[in-house]
Write a protein that binds this ligand. Structure first.
Ligand SMILES: Cc1ncc(COP(=O)(O)O)c(C=O)c1O
Length: 423
């Protein structure tokens, strides 16, 4: 997508808006797929961006889906995923969610605890069927280079390695479940190919260890992934050539030993991160205590990652004033969002071409963990719109929330005036 398409898109649908480049999305997916042997399946993680049209586009190239709620499961199905190409995980699965997954006979429900294993067994019995499951293991190993580690330390994910290895015999004896294999997801935004490799090698060895110990006939291993993208200065992109050189022999050797085992890699950020940008509009420009602030209509509420929420050191996502003329001079700005919070800053001391009122600023590298992981209801602003630019067409793929969308969810109590006054 080019700048004029983005300007046309926001002129038509307004700001704040997420704008996606469909061609880039497909290229990212294909690049990852091509760096892996054919027999490795890539499961797109909907938590990263669950828009049905984007999932549908990925599905058109064969992407499978990893979901973390029954709603994500329904989106995956709507986008054309078959139950056989869905894995469902997450530390808190409600009864109705598990029952839906069991009834659909999805490829695997990833079990995060022994209690959950028992619940799935009970529900499968109740539904007179056998549930396909995998056991999520929190290994004694953490992925190097990941800013957020899900494994190798105390977390609410999976069953710790030693306990799982010791108790696998009991798991295998659980009725009404078919344990297909294991799942490990260890970290996110890893930029070193060697780190993904070491992590994967560890998981494949763990699989081998359990298979040898219990002589079980597994048919799946989900090695997670965590492949990242560079957001900040001095970060280098994951080297796909190196990734391929390391991963292909590793998986090939495993596949020769276990040809019936489906190998799954999960990926979200790598596939969609570079394919999206957030467009916001300058609503005010002002000097305050010596700094120049650009107040925009989308900040932490739409994009908490860009505001650095959860990070001690806040660094700027790449940003551009796409309304400025090429030759406009640059200034240093503090770019804020619309919230009454001093932390609502998406650009700190950022150098941009001169910003004028109503200019459109683009926050790049924003396709992953955007509004879905932001407090979109703060100040009741609601979810921003989402626009897809693909094959020269500009299509709205999510309407911005309007006041009624938010207000109608609230329930107005009909207090009896006198009672309230009297008590
Ligand atoms: C279990 C699991 N799978 C997949 C993902 C997606 O990870 P990424 O965006 O790093 O590819 C996550 C992210 O937290 C996750 O927890």
């Amino acid at each position: 997508m080019n700048k004029s398409q983005i300007v046309a898109a926001v002129n038509k649908y307004g700001t704040p808006a997420y704008v996606y480049d469909g061609a880039q999305l497909l290229t990212n997916y294909t690049n990852l797929k091509n760096a892996l042997p054919d027999f490795v399946d890539v499961f797109y993680a909907l938590k990263v961006n669950p828009n049905v049209s984007l999932v549908k586009l990925l599905r058109s190239k064969g992407a499978c889906t990893e979901v973390c709620s029954v709603t994500e499961m329904e989106i995956a199905l709507k986008a054309g995923s078959t139950p056989q190409d869905i894995v469902y995980l997450g530390p808190c699965k409600k009864d109705y969610e598990l029952k839906r997954a069991i009834s659909l006979q999805i490829f695997a429900i990833v079990i995060e605890s022994e209690i959950e294993l028992q619940r799935v067994s009970n529900f499968a019995k109740e539904l007179n069927t056998v549930a396909n499951i995998a056991i999520r293991i929190n290994p004694d190993f953490s992925a190097e280079g990941s800013p957020w580690k899900m494994g190798g330390r105390p977390t609410h994910f999976g069953i710790e390695e030693q306990r799982a290895v010791e108790n696998f015999g009991k798991y295998l004896a659980t009725p009404y479940v078919n344990i297909k294999g294991i799942h490990v997801y260890n970290g996110t935004n890893i930029l070193e190919a060697s780190s993904v490799f070491e992590n994967t090698r560890y998981i494949l060895k763990l699989y081998d260890k359990i298979v040898q110990k219990y002589q079980c006939k597994f048919t799946m291993v989900d090695v997670g992934g965590g492949m990242g993208i560079p957001y900040f200065q001095n970060q280098e992109a994951l080297h796909l050539g190196e990734f391929k050189d390391l991963m292909v022999p590793l998986f090939t050797e495993f596949n020769e030993k276990y040809p019936r085992t489906r190998i799954i890699m999960e990926s979200g950020r790598f596939i969609i991160g570079t394919a999206g940008a957030m467009a916001v509009q300058a609503n005010n420009i002002k000097v305050n205590h010596g700094k120049t602030f650009v107040v925009t209509d989308g900040g932490t509420n739409c994009h908490s990652a860009a505001a650095g929420s959860g990070r001690v050191v806040k660094r700027n996502f790449p940003m551009e004033n796409i309304s400025a003329h090429e030759t406009a001079e640059t200034h240093t700005y503090q770019v804020s969002g619309p919230l009454c919070s001093p932390d609502d800053i998406i650009g700190r001391n950022i150098v941009l071409q001169e910003v004028k009122l109503n200019d459109i600023l683009l926050v790049k590298l924003s396709g992953a963990y955007g509004p879905t992981s932001s407090p979109v209801l703060f100040h009741s602003h609601g979810y921003p719109s989402e626009i897809l630019i693909y094959q020269n067409e500009i299509q709205l793929i999510r309407e911005k929330d309007c006041a009624a969308d938010i207000i109608n969810k609230q329930i107005e109590v009909d207090f009896k005036k006198n009672e309230l006054i009297n008590h």
